[in-house]
Design a protein around this ligand. Structure first.
Ligand code: PRX
Length: 653
């Protein structure tokens, strides 16, 4: 592996290292210099509609739009009057042209099977599946829940829904039956696409049983389509369950896609907020596709000859935007991998990069930190010289992880795009452009074209350089969420009520004197655990649903690997007593109510929780306690401040 660091410059103000794009990279990039970025950025901010319309024209529209943007704050309509089919844009456009025999998906199962699916094949698969959906009575506008492992059929399922205008709601395979039930109930889904199971760390993780359990309570499902992936035994209910392979066997590989309105709903993806109930983030068609297409094109500088690999699961927004819609809209070749990064060992990703000649690799800081811990020998054993660009997403990437990634994976030669965005934003909003932006470890750097990002203080004034404040977006953009499904009031309150006309991201940030955005983290009651969003209220409501728990408070504490770990304080009801087995039971209970990813790392039993005189739990104090072991702030507003001393003693034990 090359160790050259020719692109590294002298220390920047504030002594952070600066990595300039290499001349070679810049020469071939779409945006080849910072000056070119600044010029185009200014134009795009002066007239965002012109910029976005230019990008949208590169897609296939069946009917042109009459208006680029109809903005009735906070409700946006992009490309109104226009009609398109998202699936046709991602598949047919390539399959019926020169990319017909180009690999769309190179898939590897965890046990090692390999499949290469060309655009031509993907087209046939998607057409068959669209016919299957229709023959099972699923229509445009119906909601379909997808609960699948990372197999090509998950992508086919999403695209099949998009093709017929059904609205998919993908639920990450790590969520529990209760979480499935909540999402079914909220979305009113009428069909489910699932699998018997998926492979993870050498074991079959069953999926169908969680669906079955959710359906004991939810009665509106008319059809469950089950993919046989692992061959584990599953119960089949002949009234509603059908096997994927049986259905496909007789389905035609021809299907004519209908055109849908630009604002036709494409998907709902649930994410955590500051209340116990996850929010159904709604994304629509034309704008979302324009946003994911354009960001993929410029930020990953994606080319026909690239092999792109975004390691996210399709259950998260990153999987939607940069596994399915963005890369496929660009006609890219991409890698899809089913299993764990450390199976059979921590060399799996590097082995795959070498085997498939991956040129662009996009992953999360939490994974990078796990690789660092596993040791340099794993990447060193593989030829990673095919890589030309690296990406990071999900949480701030600490400079140590950035530097390791740059050196050990990128061989010192690859720019790193630290991409900031959210489920709600649909596409990347702040990121370096790899041929243009000087990369400084730890900053997501500059806003994408058309994105008017700013940092405001509490009074709504723009902060000066290096002053911490709240990150907002001041102009609408095409991939923005249109609403919280069925809850416009919550949508307005959550995102649009802090500062009139500004989208509130919920993140704290500062801008340095060069205009780079440094993301500090969430300001609301949302935790970021291994790059996954969890609401403290969600964890608390799971805990209090256990018969032993009277009250619960969840806070985040820094964790070297996960970024944040979940610490909870629990007070028990009178006839229950503290024990190690109860602690375990509570962890499992949260796992049952939400999913294993939400299981608390620390459970502190507490005789009482610190509260204000009006009865509000003071999480600030709990947070300080778990982070530092003590409380320094003013506690005189507490109803009973002896509580703090007790908690402090308990934590120290
Ligand atoms: O706090 C920010 C953090 O992840 C949050 C969004 O989470 P989610 O909707 O699950 O989407 C994650 C994948 C896009 C943000 O509010 N975040 C995301 N990317 C970054 C980040 N924090 C710092 N740097 C990033 N690059």
């Amino acid at each position: 592996m090359s160790q050259s660091s020719a692109s590294q410059q002298a220390a920047a103000p504030g002594s952070a290292a600066v990595f300039l794009p290499s001349k070679d990279f810049a020469a071939k990039a779409r945006i080849p210099s910072l000056a070119a970025y600044r010029k185009l950025y200014q134009e795009s901010i002066d007239d965002p509609e012109a910029f976005w319309a230019g990008e949208a024209t590169e897609l296939l529209w069946r009917k042109p739009w009459s208006k680029v943007l109809d903005w009735q704050e906070p409700f946006a309509k992009w490309f109104d009057g226009g009609k398109l089919n998202v699936c046709e844009n991602c598949v047919d456009r390539h399959a019926l042209g020169p990319r017909h025999n180009k690999a769309a998906i190179i898939w590897e199962g965890e046990p090692g099977e390999q499949r290469v699916i060309t655009y031509g094949q993907l087209h046939r698969d998607v057409c068959r599946f669209a016919n299957v959906l229709e023959s099972n009575g699923i229509k445009a506008g119906d909601r379909v829940l997808i609960y699948m492992p990372m197999v090509p059929e998950a992508v086919v399922a999403m695209l099949g829904c998009a093709r017929i205008g059904a609205v998919h709601s993908v639920v990450f395979g790590g969520f529990s039956s209760e979480a499935i039930y909540d999402r079914l109930e909220d979305s009113g889904a009428i069909a489910i696409i699932t699998a018997d199971g998926g492979w993870r760390r050498g074991k079959v993780v069953a999926l169908k049983p969680a669906v079955d359990e959710a359906l004991l309570k939810y009665r509106k499902i008319q059809r469950v389509i089950v993919l046989r992936r692992c061959g584990n035994e599953v119960a089949i209910n002949p009234d509603i369950d059908v096997w994927w392979h049986d259905q496909i066997a007789t389905a035609s590989a021809k299907h004519t896609p209908k055109a849908f309105d630009s604002e036709h709903p494409l998907f709902i993806l649930y994410t955590s907020g500051s209340t116990g109930k996850p929010k159904g983030i709604l994304h629509t068609s034309g704008g979302y596709l324009t946003g994911t297409y354009a960001t993929c094109k410029y930020i990953f500088d994606l080319r026909d000859e690239d092999v792109f690999w975004c390691t996210a699961d399709v259950g998260w927004i990153t999987g939607h935007s940069y596994v399915v819609y963005g890369p496929l809209a660009n006609g890219a070749t991409q890698i899809l991998y089913e299993g764990a990064p450390n199976h059979p060992d921590f060399g799996r990703f590097w082995k795959m990069i070498e085997a498939y000649g991956v040129s662009i690799f996009y992953t999360a800081p939490t994974a990078i930190r796990a690789f660092i811990k596993a040791g340099d020998a794993f990447p060193a054993a593989h030829d990673l010289s095919s890589l030309r660009l690296l990406g990071s997403v999900g949480e701030p990437i600490n400079p140590e992880a950035w530097t390791w990634y740059h050196h050990h994976i990128g061989g010192g030669n690859c720019p790193i795009v630290d991409t900031w965005w959210q489920t709600e934003t649909g596409a990347i909003l702040i990121s370096p452009l790899p041929g243009a932006t000087p990369c400084i470890p730890g900053t997501a750097s500059l806003p994408f074209f058309g994105i008017d990002a700013a940092i405001l203080d509490e009074s709504g004034e723009e902060c000066g350089p290096n002053q911490d404040g709240r990150l907002v977006i001041r102009k609408p953009w095409p991939a923005m969420t249109r609403c919280i499904y069925n809850d416009p009031e919550r949508f307005k309150k959550t995102y649009w009520s802090d500062f009139p006309g500004r989208y509130t991201t919920g993140d704290g940030a500062r801008r340095d004197e060069h205009g780079n955005f440094w993301i500090i983290g969430r300001l609301d009651d949302v935790l970021n655990v291994s790059g996954h969003r969890l609401g403290t209220a969600e964890i608390e409501s799971a805990l209090v649903s256990h018969p032993a728990v009277a009250e619960a408070a969840a806070v985040g504490r820094p964790d070297e690997m996960k970024g944040q770990a979940v610490a909870v304080f629990v007070t028990l009801k009178a006839n229950f007593s503290e024990s190690e087995s109860l602690r375990q039971e509570l962890r499992n209970h949260v796992g049952h109510m939400i999913g294993a990813l939400a299981k608390p790392d620390d459970i502190h039993f507490a005789p009482a929780l610190p509260k204000t005189r009006s009865g509000k739990i003071m999480r600030r104090i709990l947070k300080e306690l778990v982070c530092t072991g003590e409380v320094t702030g003013n506690i005189t507003t507490l109803e009973d401040y002896t509580v703090v001393a007790t908690l402090q003693r308990n934590i120290a034990r």
